[in-house]
Structure formats: structure tokens, C-alpha cells
Design a protein around this ligand. Structure first.
Ligand SMILES: [Zn+2]
Length: 328
């Protein structure tokens, strides 16, 4: 076995051990959350965690004398990069590596020279996307078959529900033998910006190229998503407009979204005068726990409803500068 393969196995084994020790699976099921709380795990292991405006660094694991350690993560990148960086630095800590300064953090199949970096990369990918979590989320969204999971658009949506990057999710699909490794490697070459663009109407430009684009379906109903400010939620809803029913965003709570595109079209796939309502919602406010709800009701009698769609959204985005003081 090559040094790189040994390093990947060491990272995966260590991540599995930490999951068992912290009872992460039980906790994820209890919290009904599809996201591994990596910052909470670092806190639980009593490792100080800081977010700092690092220049030219994503993160560091600082080990000075004996067991004294701390993890530093940049405050200047998006949440999913902060999460992967924190998991990578946790990998260095758990694998008892000497201190690290990381300018780039990659998926485990990139050709790293240093096996310690490969091990920390594979720890991070396995820790954030264990097989049980990937399976659970894919089943919840009816993506659990190899033809669906070979579709890059589906894998991108899966990565958002896991709070992981697109490339790390591709790696996990191969590592857990859900897809053949060459298929997963091929998928990882598709640029996420192309997948985002496919979901947006022609001519619509999101305000920021880094924003993620979520395709929301009825499978998201009642579930939690972790979106960031400027992310776009895409909804394509069957609407009975001829009978007077319209979809409307419920803004009775703190509004965390604003409508940036609204279009109706005849639905030729359905009998009768059904229409499709195409809505784009942009996350416009930061909030740790908000409800985004839409109701399909009569405009003149809102108690007459044909259905609803609601999500619990954490829209706080990236952790700001400062010491981490425990998960909510
Ligand atoms: Zn590293």
C-alpha cells in the first residue's frame, strides 16, 4: 500500500473514532440536523478555536508545548470553507501531527506530497461526510440511486444539504463506494459555477458569483438548511392560478429572504389550467434560526389553502472574527 493510501486510511479511521467518541450520529438524529457540527466537536474536545482575519492562510493547528493546542480558522471565507478548514485542522490535532499552517486545503485525491496533509484532508472529508449521513440525506431527498448520484446537479444539491464542498462530496461518493472512484473523480471536474448557472433563468445574474444556488423541492419541507447571505433559493411550484390560488411568501416572521425573480408559465404537463410559478429568493438577512414559509392559498381568502412549503433556515453564514464560544 502506498504512503498516500495509508494516509487516507489513517484519516478515515481517526474520523470514525472521533464520531464514535462524540456520538455524532445519535446527536445528528436527535437534532434532526443533516450537518456535522464540526466547531462544536472541536469545542467538545476542549481545543480552543479562534476565527481570525488570516492573510494567505485558511487555517492553522498550533501546538506549542506538549498538549497545548489551538485551532485558528480564517474569518474571510465562506462557511463551508471554514467548516472544511476546521475539520482539516481537527485532523492534524487528532492525528497528533506537529503544528500546521495551511494555505490550501484539498480533497484527499489531489496529489499531495506530504502524507500528513493527505491524512488531514481525508479526516476532514470523512468527518463532515460520513457514509451514514450521506446515505440519510440522499434518501431524504429521493436521490439514493446511482443514476441520480451520477448527475453533477444532484451532487451539488447534496453537497449544500451536507454543508460540504462539491468536490469533497464527490470524493465521499467514491470513498464510500456509492459510485465507482473514476466516476466520482470525473464528476468532481464539473465546475460548480456551471451547475449554479443551469438553475437560473437566462439573463439572471446572482449578485455574487460565490453565492450558492439551492433548488428547493417539497423534500426540503420541514427540514433545516444552512444557507449564507446572498445565496439564491430556486422554487418551481405547481400553481392553480385559474382557480385563484397563488403561492405567496409568508413574511409574518423576520423576513430573511427577498424575491428577486417571479415568473409564471402554463404547465403543459398537467391537465387543466395549471401554471408553474418560478420564484427566486435571495437570502437577505443573517439569522441563526428562521422560518422561510410559502403558502399556496386564495389571494382573497387566505384561510383557503392548497398547501405550504416551509424550511428552517440558518442564514448566519461565515463565523465572524473572534473566539468560538460553543454551539447553539
Ligand atoms: Zn494541513
Amino acid at each position: 500500500m502506498s504512503l498516500q493510501s495509508q494516509a487516507i486510511l489513517a484519516g478515515v479511521d481517526a474520523a470514525t473514532t472521533v464520531h464514535r467518541m462524540l456520538r455524532t450520529e445519535e446527536s445528528a438524529v436527535e437534532r434532526s440536523s443533516p450537518y456535522i457540527d464540526v466547531f462544536g466537536a472541536i469545542d467538545e474536545l476542549a481545543v480552543p478555536l479562534y476565527f481570525a482575519p488570516l492573510d494567505n492562510l485558511l487555517g492553522a493547528c498550533i501546538r506549542e508545548h506538549g498538549p497545548a493546542v489551538g485551532i485558528v480558522v480564517t474569518s474571510r471565507r465562506r462557511l463551508h470553507i471554514q467548516r472544511f478548514t476546521a475539520a482539516h485542522e481537527l485532523g492534524h490535532f487528532v492525528l497528533e501531527h506537529e503544528g500546521s499552517l495551511d494555505r490550501e486545503i484539498l480533497t484527499p485525491w489531489s496529489s499531495r506530497k506530504d502524507p500528513r496533509e493527505t491524512a488531514a484532508d481525508s479526516f476532514a472529508a470523512e468527518f463532515l461526510i460520513p457514509n451514514w449521513l450521506l446515505t440519510m440525506v440522499a434518501q431524504q431527498h429521493a436521490w439514493w440511486d446511482s443514476s441520480r448520484l451520477s448527475d453533477p446537479g444532484t451532487v451539488y444539491q447534496l453537497s449544500l444539504r451536507l454543508g460540504a464542498s462539491y468536490s469533497a462530496t464527490c470524493w465521499a461518493l467514491g470513498a464510500h463506494s456509492i459510485l465507482p472512484v473514476p466516476t466520482a473523480a470525473e464528476l468532481s471536474k464539473v465546475p460548480p459555477r456551471k451547475l449554479k448557472k443551469e438553475l437560473l433563468p437566462s439573463g439572471f445574474e446572482p449578485p455574487h458569483g460565490w453565492a450558492d444556488v439551492w433548488k428547493i423541492t417539497d423534500r426540503d419541507h420541514g427540514r433545516k438548511i444552512m444557507a449564507s447571505p446572498e445565496d439564491i433559493l430556486v422554487l418551481d411550484l405547481a400553481e392553480s392560478a385559474a382557480a385563484g390560488y397563488l403561492w405567496e411568501v409568508d413574511d409574518s416572521n423576520v423576513p430573511v429572504v427577498r424575491i428577486v425573480h417571479d415568473h409564471s408559465a402554463i404547465d403543459f404537463d398537467r391537465i387543466g389550467a395549471a401554471t408553474r410559478r418560478h420564484l427566486l429568493l435571495e437570502i437577505s438577512e443573517r439569522s441563526p434560526d428562521s422560518r422561510i414559509a410559502l403558502r399556496h392559498h386564495r389571494a382573497f381568502d387566505k384561510s383557503d389553502s392548497l398547501g405550504s412549503l416551509s424550511l428552517i433556515a440558518c442564514t448566519s453564514g461565515a463565523h465572524p472574527e473572534g473566539e468560538f464560544r460553543g454551539s447553539n
